[in-house]
Design a protein around this ligand. Structure first.
Ligand code: GLC
Length: 685
């Protein structure tokens, strides 16, 4: 059950797609608290757990910290941060009572979850306006589903986007891109796409191509497509200020950029230097910006990633000017403690200064609004611009789209990647824990930069991270300019990496099926064990194992030099220790704690009781993965039933009943299939 409450005069974010009648009177569970700001509190009992808030630091259970919804270009994903790139204001409390709350409020919201007082949760809004939805249900999964139905179906990418993808910020030329493709294909590492970072553009201008670096861009896209490799370019939020650049000139002429108080285009600095932000909260401007994606679609491009859309601000022009003046006035002075700190504070305060959000405006359906009031909607609406445009440009085709910044509602137009993580072991685990929290928000197509984006990686980290990402819908290796190169072919243990990628392509039919069912049924793909094994009192403490789809539990190794790990099994499961698609050993383990060995080249996965994992024979790209002859690893006590979803992976005929097959394996190993026949070799675990 969902109830809706209105506070002040909330802005229509379009996060919610279903009508809900407005409730009068007091909101249940969260009491309106005293104070200047709109604020709600809830007394936390010892057994209460708090889940949700999407992309954020710390654990799956969010108790014990203060989080802040304020989309930030934040490359330091460390414990004392309160915000990352997104604003996901939905959480579920489970314990004494079980309820969920979604605050549809585009300004800054603070979630103090037992931070100030261990036993109190307090949610505070900077702006007094919000639509608040309260959900009741018997379980977290039930509440999540209610929420997901309310906010609409998750974005569905093309099937090729579930293949392995290679990116790096520093592929400068066509030759370099061809070289990456050649290294993959010649060495038989599976691959489905290569990414273009900002350097493909002419002076970092959106919707342009640097013809000196990429003179035959269209030909390159086509040639690589022949090898089943898609080229995926980046699009940044800021449009370069440059005379003669048509996107800039058109935007100015039509009044589609965000303006300052005086009505002049607001100037900030990002990669190209001075840029303007397209006013994606203005419907016309959004349509205009979205239409530009056609420039690249016409050149054969089938996927994009939207970046810097918090929006990131290296500096606002006026703040830069005044800072330079103030710093200049310090010349010749003795920089003592206080002056030095002031100096540093000025410099550090140049970028992403929330005060600058008050200085530019959006023309919305509710009139002119300063950016600070709707800050968290920018990335969402930039991606919506693209998503809405794709519906106009190629309505029958799926286009890959994922974004850095997001808000609830954006999950209908694209996925996300988890931003600029580092080549740290702890970031691998952090990215893993974020997955279920993101799924709760409806963001299913997600993944972190494999190997780590910032800092130098190590070979074992890339291996373990690739294993960890085996079930991640977005499986992309990406790294920053200037860091150690980390494409899989750069390392000594090429066989290990080739085999891990081989396993991924073997898993594809299962992974795709589970992703699609989660999307089409408003369910979660990655689940914490606690959401499923609700009778197990211990299991909520397990945050380094996840259910990936319905059949499998995954338990990656997150520790350097570890040769195995402790695994907690809430019920008897069948372990599969994989070295490659054809080389694995299996063993049933009873419920409880177990230390299980997993050498560097070994991945642990667990098939749940009365479930099966279907495996293809793999391939070097998604189109090569055949499903006419597969294997099922089945752990059958009584009977295992699997609903296998498949489709052409490109179109949108999702509800065709032919897409679903029902496979049943009995305890004696016999197998039947409803729907189109399937050739399945059954291996009983
Ligand atoms: C941002 C993105 C990163 C990208 C870089 C250059 O830091 O998060 O993925 O490589 O910008 O475009």
């Amino acid at each position: 059950m969902v109830q809706k409450y209105k506070f002040g005069n909330p802005f229509r974010t379009d996060a919610v797609v279903r009508e809900v009648a407005l409730c009068e009177g007091e909101m249940p569970y969260m009491k309106k608290a005293d104070g200047e700001k709109l604020s709600f509190s809830y007394h936390l009992e010892q057994e209460d757990e708090v889940y949700g808030l999407g992309e954020n630091v710390r654990g799956i259970n969010k108790r014990g910290w203060e989080y802040r919804s304020c989309c930030m270009d934040e490359p330091n994903h460390v414990e004392d941060k309160r915000s990352l790139y997104a604003s996901h204001n939905f959480f579920v409390v489970r314990g004494k009572k079980c309820f969920g709350v979604f605050l549809d409020a585009p300004g800054i919201v603070t979630f103090d979850i037992g931070y100030t007082h261990l036993d109190e949760m307090r949610v505070t809004l900077e702006e007094p306006d919000a639509m608040v939805y309260v959900f009741e249900g018997d379980s977290v999964l039930e509440i999540v589903k209610e929420f997901r139905v309310l906010v609409g179906r998750s974005y569905i990418p093309p099937k090729w986007a579930f293949g392995y993808q290679q990116s790096r910020w520093s592929y400068m030329t066509e030759d370099e891109i061809y070289e990456v493709a050649r290294m993959y294909r010649d060495n038989h590492f599976p691959l489905d796409s290569i990414y273009l970072d900002i350097d493909y553009m002419e002076r970092y201008k959106d919707f342009t191509i640097d013809r000196e670096r990429m003179p035959h861009f269209e030909e390159m896209v086509e040639n690589l497509k022949k090898e089943h490799i898609r080229v995926v370019p980046i699009i940044d939020a800021g449009v370069k200020v440059e005379e003669g650049y048509s996107v800039y000139e058109e935007g100015v002429e039509k009044g589609y950029f965000c303006k300052d108080k005086e009505g002049k285009e607001f100037v900030v600095g990002v990669w190209p230097g001075q840029v303007h932000f397209p006013d994606v909260l203005n419907k016309d401007a959004r349509e205009w910006f979205g239409n530009h994606y056609k420039f690249l679609i016409d050149k054969g491009v089938e996927g994009f990633w939207n970046d810097m859309n918090e929006p990131a601000i290296f500096y606002a022009q006026d703040r830069l000017d005044s800072t330079i003046d103030e710093i200049a006035s310090l010349k010749g002075q003795n920089l003592d403690l206080s002056i030095f700190h002031k100096f540093m504070g000025k410099v550090m305060g140049l970028s992403n200064n929330t005060e600058d959000y008050k200085k530019f405006y959006h023309e919305t359906e509710s009139g002119r609004l300063s950016h600070d009031k709707v800050h968290n909607l920018f990335g969402y609406n930039m991606t919506r611009a693209a998503g809405e445009a794709f519906e106009r440009i190629c309505p029958d085709k799926r286009i890959l789209m994922f974004s850095r910044s997001s808000y609830v509602g954006m999950h209908r137009y694209g996925g996300i990647w988890m931003g600029d993580n580092k080549s740290w072991w702890q970031h691998m685990l952090l990215n893993f824990k974020m997955q279920p929290s993101l799924n709760m928000m409806g963001i299913l197509y997600t993944g972190g930069d494999i190997g780590g984006f910032g800092a130098d990686t190590t070979e074992d980290l890339v291996i373990r991270w690739t294993q960890m990402a085996l079930f991640a819908p977005l499986m992309r290796n990406h790294s920053a300019l200037g860091t150690r190169v980390q494409e899989v072919y750069r390392f000594d243990n090429q066989d290990i990496l080739r085999n891990i990628l081989g396993i991924r392509y073997g898993l594809l039919p299962y992974l795709y099926s589970e992703f699609m069912k989660a999307a089409l049924r408003d369910e979660m793909y990655y689940k914490p064990l606690a959401f499923e094994y609700t009778q197990d009192a211990y299991v909520s403490q397990v945050e380094d194992q996840l259910l990936a789809g319905d059949s499998v539990m995954t338990a990656p190794v997150f520790v350097q030099n570890a040769k195995g790990r402790y695994v907690y099994l809430p019920e008897e499961m069948a372990m599969v220790r994989m070295r490659s698609l054809d080389d694995y050993d299996t063993r049933r383990y009873p419920a409880g704690h177990h230390y299980i060995e997993a050498g560097l080249g070994e991945t642990l996965l667990f098939v749940r009781r009365n479930k099966m994992l279907i495996l293809s024979k793999g391939g070097e790209y998604t189109e090569e993965v055949k499903t006419d002859s597969m294997k099922a690893l089945a752990f059958v006590e009584d009977k295992a039933v699997y609903e296998w979803y498949d489709d052409d992976g490109m179109g949108k005929d999702y509800s065709n009943p032919e897409n679903i097959r029902k496979i049943t394996i009995s305890a004696d190993g016999s197998c039947t299939c409803e729907g189109k026949p399937v050739n399945l070799e059954v291996e009983m675990l």
